[in-house]
Every structure is written in C-alpha cells, then in structure tokens.
Design a protein around this ligand. Structure first.
Ligand code: KG4
Ligand code: ZN
Length: 343
C-alpha cells in the first residue's frame, strides 16, 4: 500500500488530498479537499495573484490537516508528499511547494514536484484506469491544449491556443455582456434561452492546416455585435451567448476531429482509443455533446472524469506522485526544486 499526500495551489483553489494504491485493486481517493477562492476574486472579475497567494497562506495548513483527518491516515502513514511546482501563479506555487518541502523535511518523507498539467493528463488513469496512449483535451481558464499522453512523463502537445484560453474567452464574453464572474457557467445559463443562429460569429481556425486554437477573433466579433445593438435586452444577451457557444463548439469540434485523425495515424495499433476532457469548460453541456458525437463517429471512447476531478484539485497531484513513484521517475532532488510559473 502506498499513500501520497497531494497539495495544489497554482491558481485560485487551495487543495489537499490523500490517494492510496495497494497494487492489486483500483486506486482510492481517501480524501479530496478543495477550497475555492472564487468569492474573494469575484469583485475584481478575475483572479488577482496577490489576493490568491495570501488566501493560500491563510488556508493551506487547515486544508492539509482536513485532508489527513478525512483520509484516516496520519502523517506517519504517508509515503510521499506531491506538490504542484508549476505552471501557475508564482505566489501560490511558492506557498504550496514551500509548505510541502517543510512537511517533507520535518517528517522525513520524499517530496515530488509535480507539473500541474501532468496532474490533469493522468487523472483519467485514476478515475477510469485508462491505458496509454490516449488524447487529452484540456480546456480551462488558463489552458487550451490537446495533448497526446503517451506514458508517465511522456506528453506531446499537439495543439494549443495562439491567443486566449477557452475559459478566458467565456469569462471575457460574460464580462462584456454584464454577466457575473466566473463567466462560463453564466454564459451557458443565458445561452439556454437564446437563438444560436441569430449571430453568425466566426469559427476561428476552422479548416486550418495548422492544428492550433484561436479565440480572440471570436471575442472581438462578440464585442462588435454587443456594441452595435446596445443597450442589450436580456434576449439580446441570451442570443449572443447562444451564438457564441455554437461558434465555440463548432471551432473546437473541428480542431479535435483533426487530432483524432492524427491519433489514428500515429497509433494505428491502439485498440479502444479515447479522448479525455479536463478543465472547467468541460462542464459545458453544448461542448460536451459536440465532443461526444465526434468521438462516437470516430470510434473513440469519450471520457469525462467527474467534474470535481476535472477542475483543479489535489487528488490529481497526489495521483501523479504515485504514478511517478511507480514509474521510478520521481526527482532525486525535489527539495531544491524552484517553482516555475511557466513550465
Ligand atoms: O479548470 P478550471 O476550474 O480552473 C482553471 O482555469 O484553473 O476552469 C475555470 C474556467 C473558467 O474560465 C470558467 O468560466 C470555465 O472554466 N467554465 C465554463 C463552465 N464552467 C466553468 N465554461 C463554459 N461553460 C461552463 N459551464
Ligand atoms: Zn488546472
């Protein structure tokens, strides 16, 4: 039995978790505590790094204690500490990684520095026991990428955004329309009573031979439409949201479909290929339905881990620690690891 304590502080969630693996059965999430700072940032319409770092300092000790208590394990029972070391907001990363280093040093436990994106990439193995290789679509407030997950520590980025992240496009659209932060869920809610065909917004990169995403042109088109018909009625807002969401789903579907084809070419022998989604935007039902249909058509399994494990959490960090220990690729000198805002 191996138990790892995970710590995540790279953005606006303070999180700790204990995950266990006994080698014979499926891994078990013994605890998974996530404290969201959304309320603290809402007044500013986005995450304020300084506020985030201070909130992590205030909350982290209690969150770690709660994760240990919930798991039924004592610190002495923990085999290693895994902490997010990047990429992310450097203030939060420093808080999490330094706390992990202190606990590891005091309790004589190994420390594993984890790349936050690796946490997202390996989650489907924790929840669904997926075998390598598979495709990951990460769509969050900070990232929009398609990654070929080939093994532990073996990731190939096949597509990324050349401007805004998709969650960011949702949040900025919401802000332009006067909808509250975080924008994504509110755009989706408003879209439910809107006409998706009223505005013909662009589908950036659709059909392009280059694999990447782009969303800033779409954002500009939304701004122009909103300015042209201001003041906006509730129906106008709903129609813009519905039309925006339709454009996003269409553009995203085009990019994803392209990588499904590439996956078939690069891994022709792979039986039961799968597309995994992660990140807060994966909660969007229109987007989910589009991807599900695409996968069904292309013969890919569509894997959407529970939302709590798709958005930022520490169980994925603890799990990445277990994967690295198991693969024998945990760093020797993680105690010297310096947080990396970009990684
Ligand atoms: O993964 P996540 O919780 O956190 C980070 O980005 O780190 O993703 C948050 C993003 C925000 O931009 C939010 O607006 C977006 O995910 N989001 C959504 C929905 N729920 C959250 N976007 C579209 N539709 C949703 N239902
Ligand atoms: Zn994330």
């Amino acid at each position: 039995m191996i138990r790892v304590l995970g710590i995540e502080t790279s953005c606006d969630e303070t999180a700790a978790s204990v995950v266990a693996l006994d080698g014979t059965s499926a891994p078990e999430i013994l605890s998974n505590i996530v404290l969201s700072q959304i309320e603290e940032h809402a007044a500013f319409g986005g995450v304020v790094p300084e506020i985030a770092a201070r909130a992590h300092v205030e909350a982290l000790d209690g969150i770690i204690e709660a994760a240990l208590a919930d798991s039924g394990a004592k610190l002495a029972d923990i085999d290693a500490i895994a902490a997010t070391a990047g990429p992310g907001l450097v203030g939060g990363l420093i808080v999490g990684l330094m706390t992990a280093k202190a606990i590891a040093a005091a309790a004589h436990k190994p420390l594993i520095a984890i790349n936050h994106l690796e946490g997202h990439a390996l989650t489907a193995r924790l929840t669904d026991g997926l075998d390598f290789p598979y495709l990951l679509l990460l769509v969050s407030g900070g990232h929009t990428q398609i990654v070929a997950v080939r093994g532990v520590g073996d990731y190939q980025r096949w597509a990324t955004t050349i401007d805004d992240a998709l969650g960011e496009a949702f949040d900025k659209t919401a802000k332009m329309l006067g909808l509250p932060y975080p924008g994504g869920p509110n755009v989706e809610k408003a879209a439910a009573s809107g006409y998706a065909t009223r505005f013909a917004f662009p589908r950036p990169m659709k059909g392009s031979a280059q694999p990447d995403f782009s969303f800033s042109g779409l954002k500009t088109a939304v701004r122009q439409a909103a300015t042209a018909i201001a003041p906006l009625s509730d129906q106008d807002v709903a129609d813009i949201c519905a039309s925006f969401q339709a454009a996003v789903a269409d553009a995203l579907g085009d990019r994803v479909s392209r990588t499904l084809t590439r996956f078939r070419l690069e891994f022709p022998g792979k039986a039961g290929p799968a597309l995994v989604v992660a990140g807060g935007v994966a909660a969007n039902r229109t987007i989910k339905a589009t991807l599900e249909a695409l996968c069904a058509e292309a013969g890919f399994a569509f894997v959407a881990p529970p939302l709590k494990l798709c958005t930022d959490n520490a169980a994925m960090i603890a799990w990445a620690g277990i994967e690295r220990l198991r693969a024998g690729i945990a760093q020797e000198n993680a105690a010297d690891f310096v947080p990396r805002s970009r990684w």
